[in-house]
Design a protein around this ligand. Structure first.
Ligand SMILES: [Zn+2]
Length: 113
């Protein structure tokens, strides 16, 4: 389950921010997860709870914001919504779409005390 190492990376980021911005408790974490990132939001939530238990983010609420997938279709010369990485163009059905968005995962915002 790669969500465990991703959750640890998120925690590392939060702990770095805690040192830099001098807060000792995080109450809410907004995490953006791209539709095409391969990250399962439910698995992520589970792992986040596990790795943050004894940290500044222990007991924090995790708000997952899903970002839609996007791809560029050469045939249509357009950026279009893309539901899966190797999915077809929703306009012409071509399978040559290049993924342009929705593969990222990042911490958008922290609510701290
Ligand atoms: Zn197309």
């Amino acid at each position: 389950m790669h969500e465990m190492s991703l959750a640890q990376a998120v925690l590392q980021l939060i702990e770095d921010a805690a040192v830099k911005d001098q807060f000792s408790k995080v109450t809410t974490v907004w995490l953006e997860i791209g539709q095409l990132s391969g990250v399962e939001p439910e698995a992520m939530a589970f792992c986040f709870d596990a790795v943050t238990r004894d940290s500044v983010a222990g007991g924090a609420r995790l708000e997952i914001v899903t970002l839609p997938g996007q791809g560029w279709c050469m045939a249509c010369a357009k950026t279009l919504p893309l539901a899966e990485v190797f999915g077809p163009c929703p306009l012409c059905g071509d399978y040559q779409m290049q993924v342009t968005g929705g593969t990222e995962m990042r911490v958008k915002e922290l609510e701290v005390e």
